[in-house]
Design a protein around this ligand. Structure first.
Ligand SMILES: NC(=O)c1ccc[n+]([C@@H]2O[C@H](COP(=O)([O-])OP(=O)(O)OC[C@H]3O[C@@H](n4cnc5c(N)ncnc54)[C@H](O)[C@@H]3O)[C@@H](O)[C@H]2O)c1
Length: 433
């Protein structure tokens, strides 16, 4: 039997509001908006204007999907007065000292607190450290609303596993973890998300467990990539191609296949700091997790110094060398440039005196200029001493050596960070991670 609150959601008596319409919030709002009326609230007015025209600035959701969803988009918090279920999907970044910046989460909680009514349910989806929902967010909801948690209103946590750019592992197709402030709320969350998630629901025994599960998913990935990055530094000194080694090792049933690369973005390179921050607060200094972070953060420097070394081996001075960097997004086939380590690589190459052109077929040139002060070129503008393919966009995977012969000197160097051309006959000095 359906929970009475769910019946109210289905009948439209209680509305769902999604707070923060980014890579995570918008797909959540659209999925629910195809079933029931949804309020989509974001502080970014320009984003709301675009969404009202059925344009997703992140390029993840099609205008067709947006037009099929019943969502009232607004940048005015007063719309939340009509909501009863609040799903919070605001950013959880770190500051310049790698300390969690909880301001968006605190601000969103304050905003919700102003409109919270008896019987309402607040669900956090943003990635946090274990304890954050109950130690930081719920007290703000109580203080701002004057209501008491688990008496007047209820709450829960459901981590998000959306993978931007991935059309296979979507919200609907991946098991959703939920946990509520009471067993009844856990059941309600399971039924609520069951409306949109077809892959199944996992009920975690506590909110802290659900929070911890999300943060370790990304920490594990970060560490596995760090291991591959360290191996690539070692194998480079042995003149062994790391990708060939990984291909060979992957034939064993229990080898877990990860590849080296630059770790940027909003999740993998950030979430481990949420866990280490909380661990340090509790008097434990994580060693494995932080050393993985250090290795991944230092990869742009490693790539830049190897690049300059290879130029020197060819008798080309770094000072004034012409380098083309292809791909700046934090990973392949997405527009997202947040915390992209490619910009660290570019900066490092310029520090050596190289002249660097930069292009990307997917990144928004305006956003790149605003955030990083970098002007993207549309196509290669000259013959280069070195080309660095930094991101494995599908467009780049389709290229062959005819393309590079047009833009690289005969004695030029092709750096292919993700190893996407390594099966081709390469007429240049060639290097991968
Ligand atoms: N992007 C991913 O792949 C991914 C995957 C899983 C989990 N997460 C987690 O989900 C959360 C959201 O990430 P994202 O990538 O969607 O971020 P995002 O930056 O794409 O979107 C967040 C949105 O929240 C809005 N916002 C900020 N403060 C607000 C406030 N006080 N009230 C209303 N709106 C506000 C911003 O304007 C923005 O549109 C983070 O905790 C992230 O770690 C992200």
């Amino acid at each position: 039997m359906n929970n009475p609150v769910l019946e109210d959601v289905l009948s439209g008596k209680r509305k769902i509001a999604v707070i923060g319409l980014g890579y995570v919030g918008l797909p959540v709002a659209v999925a629910f908006g195809k079933k029931v009326p949804v309020i989509g609230y974001d502080i970014n007015k320009r984003k709301i204007e675009l969404l009202r025209k059925h344009i997703d600035p992140a390029g993840e959701i099609s205008s067709e999907d947006l037009s099929q969803a019943n969502i009232e988009f607004s940048a005015t918090p007063e719309v939340l007065a009509n909501a009863s279920i609040y799903i919070v999907t605001v950013p959880t970044p770190v500051d310049s000292h790698k300390v969690p910046d909880l301001n968006p989460l605190k601000n969103a909680s304050q905003t919700i607190g102003k409109y919270l009514k008896k019987g309402d349910v607040v669900i956090y989806e943003s990635t946090v450290f274990p304890g954050c929902t109950e130690e930081i967010c719920v007290p703000i909801l109580e203080k701002t609303s004057g209501l008491k948690a688990n008496t007047d209103f209820f709450y829960g946590y459901s981590p998000e596993r959306i993978n931007p750019g991935d059309k296979v592992h979507t919200l609907e197709n991946v098991v959703k973890v939920v946990s509520g402030s009471t067993p009844e709320i856990t059941d309600f969350l399971a039924q609520l998300y069951g409306l949109v998630v077809k892959a199944g629901i996992h009920k975690a025994p506590s909110i802290k467990v659900a929070e911890a599960a999300k943060v370790i998913e990304n920490t594990q990935r970060d560490l596995n990539i760090a291991l591959m990055n360290e191996l690539s530094i070692i194998f480079d000194r042995m003149n062994i191609n790391t990708y060939d080694v990984i291909d060979a090792a992957s034939t064993k049933w229990n080898f877990i296949k990860f590849t080296p690369g630059l770790v940027g973005g909003h999740c993998i390179g950030v979430d481990p700091y949420y866990l280490t921050y909380k661990a340090q607060q509790l008097g434990y200094n994580p060693q494995v997790i932080l050393s993985g972070r250090r290795i991944n953060d230092e990869m742009p420097l490693h790539v830049a110094s190897r690049a300059i070394q290879m130029l020197a081996e060819k008798g080309i001075s770094a000072l004034g060398a012409h380098i083309l960097v292809m791909g700046v997004t934090f990973k392949e086939n997405v527009k997202d440039i947040r915390n992209s380590k490619v910009f660290d690589l570019i900066r490092e190459l310029r520090n050596y005196g190289a002249s660097v052109d930069v292009m990307d077929p997917i990144a928004d040139p305006e956003e790149v200029a605003n955030i990083y002060g970098e002007t993207l070129i549309e196509k290669p503008s000259r013959i280069y001493d070195m080309v660095i393919v930094a991101v494995a966009h599908n467009q780049y995977k389709q290229l062959n050596m005819d393309f590079f012969k047009e833009i690289l000197h005969e004695k030029g160097i092709l750096i292919d960070l993700k190893g996407i051309y390594r099966k081709q006959q390469i007429p240049f000095k060639y290097w991968t991670l």
